[in-house]
Design a protein around this ligand. Structure first.
Ligand code: GDP
Length: 289
């Protein structure tokens, strides 16, 4: 994950611009491919997307399923399917996303196309756009589908200059530029989930606070993984537990004392490197909008 990508700060001006760009892109497409992170499917939803997309058909794609719990991903897909017609989960890096996206996009547009055919019209290719908050996998997905590496990556709000259509197959065309939307800010809990999964940069929330929330979660749901990763006994006091983790990771400073700050940083690095295995950080049974 390149830090530069996460450097974008969402100021009201940026949001207004991103919104305007999104509206202008929406006017060019028949349907929307909305990406969310399978580890935090609710937290990674842009707060204004329902309003922006309106009635346009929307394919919901949960990305990074390789990092989320398989059972939880199934439950999320089921839950979201109550609200949206098509919800799929993908590992953008390894799945055949071109096939998955094009088949599901066509399925979503099937009735409309059949109506057109009945009226004797020859339906043109379905036009789609990809959108979502930073770091959710938009550029990677477009690159995979377009099978080229020429896309400008990076999250700049409103990059529609020189927008081109990528021909996916005879029935589907895709805007080569994603709609970059801002993440939720209003709720600290959600901010923490976005920080854990890397959607917002570390400077936005105190790393210590994020680390404590992550530790608490791991203790509640995966104590054995924590124990195994660091060879520690899980104790109630989180500060002391971090000191134990630091000691076992040999993160010491002068006088053989545990380097607490480095322990916090290392713990967060371990989380992002998937040291604890597949984790869904937002559970279907504890959704808070
Ligand atoms: P964007 O900001 O939405 O365009 O996100 P990117 O396409 O730049 O992806 C952000 C990071 O997530 C990159 O390091 C990608 O390699 C990684 N990534 C994207 N999709 C997946 C996925 O499904 N699984 C995993 N493990 N990593 C992914």
């Amino acid at each position: 994950m390149s830090n530069q990508k996460l450097n974008i700060q969402w100021f009201p001006g940026h949001m207004t611009k991103a919104k305007r760009e999104m509206q202008s892109m929406l006017s060019m497409v028949d349907m929307v491919i909305e990406l969310r992170d399978a580890r935090v499917p609710n937290a990674s939803k842009n707060p204004l997307i329902d309003e922006l997309v309106g009635q346009k058909p929307r394919l919901i794609v949960l990305t990074k399923i390789d990092k989320a719990e398989d059972e939880e991903t199934k439950r999320w897909i089921q839950l979201l399917s109550n609200e949206y017609t098509v919800v799929v989960g993908v590992d953008v890096l390894h799945d055949n996303v071109k096939k998955i996206i094009s088949e599901n996009a066509l399925f979503l547009m099937k009735e409309k196309r059949e109506r057109q055919i009945k009226k004797g019209m020859n339906p043109r290719a379905v036009r789609c756009m990809v959108c979502g908050i930073p770091n959710v996998g938009k550029s990677t997905l477009i690159n995979q589908i377009a099978a080229k590496k020429t896309l400008v990556t990076g999250d700049r709000p409103g990059v529609t200059k020189n927008t081109r259509w990528v021909k996916v197959n005879k029935d589907i065309e895709l805007l080569d530029t994603p709609g970059v939307l801002w993440p939720k800010f209003e709720d600290e809990q959600i901010g923490i989930l976005l920080a854990i999964t890397g959607a917002i940069r570390d400077q936005v929330l105190p790393l210590e606070e994020v680390a404590y929330a992550a530790l608490k979660y791991l203790k509640a749901y995966f104590p054995e993984r924590l124990q195994e990763a660091y060879g520690v006994t899980i104790i109630e006091n989180n500060y002391k537990l971090f000191l134990e983790i630091g000691r076992n990771r040999n993160l010491l400073q002068k006088g053989n004392e545990v380097d607490y700050n480095r322990t916090i940083e290392t713990f967060m690095k371990d989380i992002r490197a998937n040291r604890f295995g597949k984790i869904t950080w937002e559970r279907t049974d504890a959704v808070h909008e």
